[in-house]
Design a protein around this ligand. Structure first.
Ligand code: ZN
Length: 338
């Protein structure tokens, strides 16, 4: 059975997503494929659609009818959620990590039964790309010959992995990445502190889910604080061997480290070109704040080049510590110019 559905989301939360707005403003077809990058709101949209379909109130979803109350409590018998490793019924629990053909067959069987409530039955298949070919084929006939009152919602960030026959039978609703202003508004609504919200929105690149995850990820903030001190805060060349030795254990996180550094340089660049607010630079040392006022394009390119060079050297024989020392030196040299 389903988990508790978030009762706070409304159609207004999808303003700025044309496909979702059109869908929510009209009638909902029997097979939908919701696509978009991770964290962009696919599950939130699916939950809103389920609440709209099952609600028996006047203005749907009303939040007050028995169906809405059951959904909020996670106990509505007319919604079924399938996702990798979770099974639709005890009968199909086979320990597999994907979405098995047995699960899909069971969903198809349940789709043929009468609804408990006023009419609709909804099947949500999250990470639908985890259905193998036979599972997808088992679903095909049901999508081809819709039964009244049965709706299938397929969610994926890898639509290309679904059979074209599945895709062609669904109406595709593509969600796009969100503007930073929207991401920030959601973070604020969740009570995230302003400085945290600004940095998380910047790092999340338009994914609300990723921004929320970053905002509550203490390891991410610790790494950012260390990067700020050890790369952006370096004062003396003679400190480099000592500081770089502190990162000896982080070799395995090199990709995340370079990604974060790139994001931090991009923040400087966005402020320089008035695409981001300078409040986002509150924790950068003064020299970098000056760079974000006066820096030329070449300065940013030098830094981004240095990071991508370091990432490339990871594949070579050069030692991790030597890569870090070289990169720290490049940051220190750049800082000294401003
Ligand atoms: Zn209702």
């Amino acid at each position: 059975m389903a988990e508790a559905f978030d009762a706070s989301l409304t159609a207004a939360d999808f303003a700025g997503q044309p496909a979702a707005e059109r869908l929510l403003g009209g009638s909902i077809p029997h097979a939908l494929l919701i696509t978009g990058m991770p964290g962009v709101g696919k599950r939130s949209l699916a939950q809103l659609i389920v609440r709209t379909l099952l609600c028996t109130g006047e203005k749907k979803p009303c939040g007050a009818c028995p169906a809405c109350i059951q959904l909020a409590a996670g106990s509505n018998p007319d919604v079924f959620v399938l996702r990798p490793g979770e099974h639709i019924s005890p009968k199909t629990r086979d320990g597999s990590k994907g979405i098995s053909v047995d699960d899909i067959r069971e969903a198809v069987r349940l789709a043929g039964e009468h609804a408990y409530g006023a009419g609709n039955r909804v099947f949500v298949i999250e990470q639908a790309e985890n259905m193998n070919e036979s599972a997808q084929n088992a679903l095909l006939k049901t999508l081809e010959e819709p039964q009244p009152g049965v709706v299938f919602l397929l969610l994926t960030d890898m639509a290309g992995m679904l059979l074209s026959t599945i895709r062609s039978r669904c109406r595709e609703i593509q969600l796009h990445l969100w503007p930073d202003s929207k991401v920030l508004a959601v973070l604020r609504a969740h009570g995230v502190a302003e400085a945290t919200a600004l940095a998380a929105a910047q790092a999340a690149g338009g994914s609300i889910g990723r921004a929320l995850a970053i905002a509550s990820d203490t390891a991410w903030w610790e790494r950012r604080k260390r990067l700020m001190e050890d790369f952006f805060g370096l004062e003396k060349r003679s400190d480099i061997p000592l500081v770089s030795a502190d990162w000896r254990e982080q070799k395995g996180e090199a990709d995340a480290l370079f990604d974060d550094l790139t994001g931090m340089v991009q923040t400087l660049m966005l402020v320089r070109y008035s695409r981001a607010d300078k409040a986002q630079l509150a924790d950068y040392p003064d020299a970098w704040q000056r760079m974000a006022q006066q820096g030329d394009a070449a300065a940013f390119v030098r830094l981004l080049d240095a990071i991508s060079q370091a990432a490339m050297l990871r594949q070579s024989q050069v030692t991790w510590q030597a890569i870090l020392e070289q990169l720290m030196l490049r940051f220190m040299e750049e800082k000294s110019k401003w």
